[in-house]
Design a binder for this molecule. Structure first.
Ligand code: MV4
Length: 452
């Protein structure tokens, strides 16, 4: 097992990883920017190292400073959390060159999944269902028109280096193709320095369903079921559930079996998430995330596993301690992301927290680095807390989330809680029949009702 783990992150996820380390008896090193000197992840770590000024490129993305911090503290492994360096294949190689274990997949798998075309190609050839579309990158507009003619409009042009919704353009009809092609390529080049694009049939009302997997270094792969992340605004998730209200146990088992077989053949290692679009009873793989995700707690709540503990054990060479048949799904879990954002405009609201009280009780979990007197800095993402609840079924989980949101107290700054409450109270949400376009539609109504 590791002697000491450096956690290359901040906020709630740094605390989450510290807890798992502590339970395993492993000391932790926190790294922080000057803006985070009094942050909770620094206060609770066994040791801490300041790695630079507030801008992320000078601190949390500063590879030389992070590797130096590991070296001077004697850490032998690095957990990247999510965001920052979590999916940076070059960083993984630098860790290995310095004798440090990166707690995550191999650099080769991170690089493969970072190229969305390579990811689809690999998964498609391993029997995972895909959205109809181009085979590989599109060389020119003529080829784009040919593929669009075959699969039928509307089509979507996506950047190979994109993901998470960046660099996508819809062409509803053939007339719009040339414009979409040009804009997508220009945006992809500007954003990623790579103008390779591919095409998919555009699905107009998909659900976003993702499958959590874990693979050890001995060829064993298990899945922990799915999360439904259909409620997003501008590609930011607001609320996630496990399991999906749209899926039967039979569909879950079948999808899980397909996915784990594919990853075993690929030789994948550590945690991963496969993203699918689900429409008209069919799944289509779109992307794979090679990291622990923000919303991993809903999976932990229904499976009763500690995913971070498993990541650490596997990175140290341990075998998965159970078979697929040992993993049971019990009850239903929901996560709300509580952000330092105006509930109407979603503008960031950094500032001093004058009072903080987290809800508690049976089936309630709060992952947060907040404390009374904490000043939310303006430099980083706006996530203040994740409120996660579990109930015997979805109805009970919704009732529990409703009361937990009511008693969640954050004073001094505005938060997104009022908007989350309006979602939890929405009869359409209760029905569970929502898709990735539902939230933005609701938001139009919500903002205008407040504008009077
Ligand atoms: C799509 C799609 C419709 N058809 N692909 C957006 C994020 C990226 N991971 C993939 N995305 C989409 N890909 C096809 N062929 C619609 C989206 C999409 C979306 C997907 C998941 C969750 C929210 C979304 C919001 C808008 C668009």
């Amino acid at each position: 097992m590791f002697q000491k783990i450096l956690i290359a992150n901040r906020g709630e996820i740094a605390l989450r990883i510290q807890r798992a380390c502590r339970e395993l008896g492993i000391p932790t090193v926190a790294v922080h920017s000057t803006a985070d000197a009094t942050a909770m992840h620094v206060r609770l770590a066994d040791e801490s190292v300041c790695i630079g000024p507030p801008p992320t490129r000078d601190s949390y993305l500063n590879v030389a400073a992070i590797l130096s911090a590991a070296s001077i503290t004697g850490a032998d492994a690095i957990h990247p959390g999510y965001g920052f360096l979590a999916e940076n294949a070059g960083f993984v190689e630098m860790c290995e060159a310095h004798g440090l274990t990166f707690i995550g997949p191999s650099s080769a798998h991170i690089r493969m999944m970072g190229d969305k075309i390579a990811a689809k190609d690999a998964m498609g050839s391993l029997g995972v269902p895909l959205v109809p579309g181009s085979k590989g990158a599109l060389p020119d507009l003529d080829q784009a028109a040919k593929v669009a003619g075959e699969i039928g409009y509307p089509v979507l042009i996506k950047a190979a280096a994109g993901g998470g919704g960046r660099g996508m353009k819809v062409a509803p009809t053939a007339d719009a193709l040339e414009e979409a092609w040009r804009v997508a390529r220009t945006e992809a080049r500007a954003a990623f320095g790579d103008d390779s694009v591919y095409m998919e049939k555009y699905l107009d009302r998909p659900r976003h369903i993702e499958v959590q997997v874990m693979a050890d270094a001995h060829g064993k792969v298990v899945h922990f079921g799915e999360r439904d992340c259909s409620l997003q605004r501008r590609h930011q998730k607001l609320l996630e559930e496990a399991g999906s209200p749209a899926l039967s146990a039979k569909e879950r088992d079948a999808l899980g079996a397909t996915v784990t077989a594919a990853l075993a053949k690929l030789g994948y290692r550590n945690a991963g998430t496969l993203e699918f679009l689900y429409q008209d009873g069919k799944f289509a793989f779109i992307e794979m995330n090679t990291r622990l995700q923000v919303e991993h707690p809903v999976t932990e709540m229904v499976c009763g596993v500690d995913l971070v503990r498993e990541q650490i054990r596997i990175a140290a060479g341990a075998k998965l301690g159970y078979a697929q048949s040992d993993i049971a799904f019990t009850g239903h879990a929901i996560e709300c992301r509580i952000t330092a954002e105006d509930p109407d405009t979603f503008a960031p609201t950094p500032g001093r927290i004058t009072a903080f009280h987290a809800p508690g009780g049976l089936g309630v979990r709060v992952d947060s680095a907040l404390y009374t007197g904490y000043v939310v800095p303006p430099y980083y993402d706006s996530l203040l807390a994740k409120l996660i609840v579990r109930g015997a079924d979805r109805k009970e989980a919704i009732a529990r989330m409703k009361q937990a949101l009511e008693s969640f107290t954050v004073a001094g700054i505005d938060t997104g809680i009022p908007f989350l409450q309006s979602v939890i109270d929405d009869p359409e949400y209760h029905g569970g029949n929502v898709n990735t376009r539902w939230l933005e539609k609701k938001l139009d109504g919500y903002s205008s009702s407040h504008a009077g």
